[in-house]
Design a protein around this ligand. Sequence first.
Ligand code: HEC
Ligand SMILES: [Cu+2]
Length: 377
Amino acid sequence: MPICTGFSRRWRFVVLGLVALAVTGCATGRLDATKPAGPNARDIDGLMRLSGWMAVVVGIFVAAAVVTIIVKFRAKPGDDPDELPPQIHGNRKAELTWTLIPTALLIFLTVVTLPTVFALAEKGDGRTIVVEGQQWWWQFSYDTDGDGQFDDVVTANDLVIPVGEEVNLELRSNDVIHSFWIPQLNGKKDVVPGRVHDWRISADEPGIFYGECVEFCGLSHANMQMRTIVLEPDDFDRWVAEQEAQIEAASVPAEGTPEAAGYDLFGTHCISCHVIDGVYESAAGGNANLASGIAPNLTNLMSRTAFAGALFDTYQSDGSLNVAELREWVRNAPAMKPARADNRQGMLDFSEVLTAEDLDNLLAYLTTLGSAPVLPE
Ligand code: HEC
Ligand SMILES: [Cu+2]
């Protein structure tokens, strides 16, 4: 047949190849649902494997049936090409078979899946951490003194938890619908304005587990990432102590230093949005400059591994501060991560406002905020 020449077949391979590339491109290496690192993710993974293997068996069976039918009933030499084979309508045995077997398989899958669905919906019995999604970064608030108020330690991008504990997350949104997903620790959970969704996470071993917003939430949705830093209980306690110590120690830098100049610039340009506990708290609670009402709390900026929705590392691989990107961020954030400050979404562009010296001074001040991150061994 002329239609099926090498040309169109080649195109078919090109299309198939592109599809295969697109599918494998989904694996970023950082988000991996096939390597569960805690009990909740493991339960989900078990169900995925079970249904996956069932699909493989069904697929092989169907493919074998199709091949058998094609071979067995193909036209044979000597058949009259104008004569149709016997036309059959309906076959009770066949119809019952392909209705009852899938029904039985689906009932089986439902029965084994439902207990996990209900178990995952239960609150974790460990500590609670409040998670707030906003365009386009995540905030985590901790109750470290046990008074039921989540106002003790506040982080952005880095969610720090102790190993082995079923941590209960209270998911909230400050603007639109987001979805919270740390594939190695649990499945996805929607984060909806005006509602509180409980979600549990737990990890078997210390490590860093990556996550992302998985509900399209506007311009920089793809840049709304996060990290879960899982620490041994001792390290976790040390982390809490260091965070609290920084809040206690918050002070105005000594006069005449670059830090002091940066501190003043911060008071002029940044406090309309950002909080630094103990010194700049004016932006706390309801912020007319931002649709979400909040910007990252910068009290412990240096103790986090990442900034700007975990798009950038705070430290380079040799452990030194990533000054270049942090400085560029303060100068012109929307150039590094799409935002719409004119629509009260994201950080402003300060490239016309701050001089090179201003930037140096601001960086000198910002780098005094918090100690180095506590990392898993
Ligand atoms: C209009 C409000 C607004 C103003 C003013 C503002 N920022 Fe921001 N800033 C934000 C928002 C929102 C983010 C989070 C952006 C994101 O991750 O997409 C942010 C992020 C940051 C971050 C990264 C923090 C993190 O943990 O991710 C730093 C550092 C920062 N701002 C410093 C500054 C400095 C310094 C100034 C003053 C020169 C300033 N900001 C002024 C809104 C503001
Ligand atoms: Cu989102």
